[in-house]
Design a protein. Structure first.
Length: 241
């Protein structure tokens, strides 16, 4: 998979992309991340990519010309799936990550300052937000998307079955996890996990995931596919409330 990020702060990506899973994915040829400096496409001798907003107002707005020139240079006549990071976009989630992981190539546009000229939206296939909060720019949001999408690429994460059981993958938060020691400062590992009964462990984990989601993120329950056991678990939770 090839991901190209358009930014005015390319130095923000050097550390995260050279560590852990993202580094290994690139070394193995499973992922290619290209960082493009938008200032290279500025016609201004000072490499300026912003200007004052028409109609007045505080701050500066990013100009359209560098973005259009940059996209034309990257994609040419190809129609590459292009994402504009924007607080006005659809909120990023695991389902969107899975959708993007199925693409061979994506381009991510990072904004900055007070915003981007409205005409730049014509370049994007979709707008994405990573949440209802304000960042100084799109770079951290871009890294979030790259990290989330990259680990869904086949071969990037060693134990791919673990991806299925992670939080949000099945519309649920993940069940509690434990490791050694068995007892630590008065807190013990649940006996069921030491029983060796794999079916019983699976049922316990599913029930725990349903319960945790019910109490912490009930909004996710509407998206799940429920078994009869799940319905019983939820009913029991209601009865004990």
């Amino acid at each position: 998979m090839v991901i190209t990020i358009i930014t005015i702060f390319p130095e923000m990506f050097s550390g995260p992309l050279q560590a852990s899973i993202l580094k290994r994915a690139q070394e193995q040829g499973l992922l290619e991340v290209n960082i493009v400096d938008l200032r290279d496409y500025s016609r201004d001798k000072h490499r300026k990519v912003d200007d004052y907003p028409y109609g007045g107002g505080a701050g500066m707005v990013m100009k359209p010309e560098p973005f259009f020139t940059c996209l034309e240079d990257i994609a040419g006549n190809r129609r590459v799936h292009t994402i504009l990071l924007s607080p006005q976009g659809a909120v990023f989630n695991q389902r969107k990550a899975q959708e993007l992981a199925g693409k061979e190539e994506i381009i991510i546009i990072c904004g900055h300052y007070e915003g981007i000229d409205e005409r730049v939206k014509a370049l994007a296939c979709e707008e994405i937000s990573i949440g209802d909060f304000i960042l100084t720019g799109g770079e951290i949001a871009a890294l979030t998307i790259v990290d989330c999408v990259a680990r869904l690429i086949p071969g990037v994460v060693g134990a791919e079955t673990s991806l299925v059981e992670e939080s949000f993958s099945l519309g649920l938060l993940e069940y509690p996890q434990y490791t050694r020691p068995r007892s630590f400062r008065g807190m013990d590992v649940p006996d069921i996990l030491l029983s060796g009964d794999h079916q019983a462990v699976a049922r316990w984990r599913r029930a725990q995931a349903v319960a945790k989601t019910f109490f912490r993120r009930p909004d996710l329950l509407q998206e799940g596919s429920w078994s009869e056991d799940d319905r019983k678990t939820i009913t029991e939770l209601f009865l004990t409330e």
